[in-house]
Design a protein around this ligand. Sequence first.
Ligand code: FMN
Length: 189
Amino acid sequence: MAQFKVAVIVGSNRRESLNKMLARALIKLGAPGVEFRTVQIDDLPIYNQDNEGNLPASVVRFKSEIAAADALLFVTPEHSRSIPTVLKNAVDWGARPWGKNSWTGKLAAVTGTSPGAISTALAQQHLRQILGAQGVVLMGGETYIAFKQGLIAADGTVTDDSTRGFLKSFLDQFASLVARFAAPSRAAA
Ligand SMILES: Cc1cc2nc3c(=O)[nH]c(=O)nc-3n(C[C@H](O)[C@H](O)[C@H](O)COP(=O)(O)O)c2cc1C
């Protein structure tokens, strides 16, 4: 039985998103002791500090899902050599209101895919910088997936053996870190 909950945050609001496909493939590969839950971010309104006093329902839901997670898995595209607007918007809502930062002290891993030559390397670097400033503890290493047609089948299977093995070891490493990170804080609670 899964002991730990990992919230999966995909930085794309596109219906046929490659990163949604990658997230599905990761969830299908799975990791020991971990239950993955995708968290919706495309229903969050554009961040506006005027709304902090009366948070929109979608923001309340989003922040409670982050709070309930033992760890976070970000799967992001790269837009203009940074993270997409929809993801930055979610990060900003998570960080606010002041004193109610949903990110602080969370463990996270980052990956993402793009058909570009350097995949999502720069978006991931920006995301690490942004999350680090919010107090997120980030798993090290680099998991850039260069997307090729047919890499992920319709049922979420990663068709290339080498990429599948690479993603599986990424998930296993994350799961072992989640167990080491989350178990002591549960015991102390
Ligand atoms: C506004 C915009 C900016 C983009 N900038 C980049 C970029 O900087 N680097 C990159 O590799 N791909 C870039 N792309 C191409 C994306 O990698 C491609 O659209 C990919 O499918 C987006 O991921 P998604 O399918 O999960 O939404 C950009 C696409 C858009 C729409």
